[in-house]
Design a protein around this ligand. Sequence first.
Ligand SMILES: O=C(CO)COP(=O)(O)O
Ligand SMILES: O=C[C@H](O)COP(=O)(O)O
Ligand SMILES: [Zn+2]
Ligand SMILES: [Zn+2]
Length: 307
Amino acid sequence: MPLVRTDELFKKAYGKYAIGAFNVNNMEILQGVIDAAKEERSPVILQISKGARNYAKLVYLMKLIEAATQDAPEVPIAVHLDHGDSFELCKEVIDAGFTSVMIDGSHLPFEENVALTKKVVEYAHSKNVVVEGELGKLQGIEEHVVSNEAVYTDPDKAVEFVERTGVDSLAIAIGTSHGAYKFKGEPKLDFERLQEIARKLPNFPLVLHGASSVLPQYVEKINKYGGNIGDAKGVPEDMLRKATTMGITKINIDTDLRLAMTATIREIFALHPEEFDPRKYLGPARDEIKNLVKHKMRDVLGSSNTI
Ligand SMILES: O=C(CO)COP(=O)(O)O
Ligand SMILES: O=C[C@H](O)COP(=O)(O)O
Ligand SMILES: [Zn+2]
Ligand SMILES: [Zn+2]
């Protein structure tokens, strides 16, 4: 089937399960994610950051994604810009065929965030493309910092932001952060805040960034085979499952894919130092990405068998 828009996926999922948004940077990652979606019969969002667009080049990525729709015609696939940082970048990918974009004005003062987001929404909607905005800044809770209210999403501001910009979904800050070091002490998310935002924005899809779980088996394997990522820590899976029943409809995962790929390749390099055929390590890395994404869809997102 042709690429779908994220709002179509969210409508069906809201309150029941979440759609995984997986960052794609190369062919092996894309194929691993698509193979998982096929086997799990799950919709999927492929998301491309500015960094991915620079790394892989947009024309290559668009061809790969077109190939994915042919390889998996039964899977609803949306293509989304992750953390768009300007109107121009959003316009570029909309014109290239993305079905969804994020404009991330969360670092801007509220009024500037509203103005930039609104401008992107006007252009995107005129092209039949949907928009994710962001309000609040992602930041982990550190042991010695009780809470930094200022960076979390204010529920009333969230309502005002959605009404004034016309965004189709909203990324909120409730305690997650990007990368592999999310919590110093016990993982903690502000579920009360999530509940309040969802109450004030009923049936409105909320997005959780920084939602990798940083699975211990990958951390251990990386550290065992020559890596050094210390005691990386992510969001526990039961917290993610809970969030999917409370209005979180899109869950962003990048770090877990990076860890799965790195752990697999490190192990092969360590155990088979004679190997130098890239297919012999990129192939298993692709398989591991598939296994990981299948696990996410089945046991965390709840999106398996929904197509
Ligand atoms: O939010 C993300 C992409 O936008 C990815 O988050 P992670 O770093 O937790 O994978
Ligand atoms: O949120 C950030 C994503 O993990 C994308 O990372 P990137 O900008 O390095 O591609
Ligand atoms: Zn942001
Ligand atoms: Zn993000």
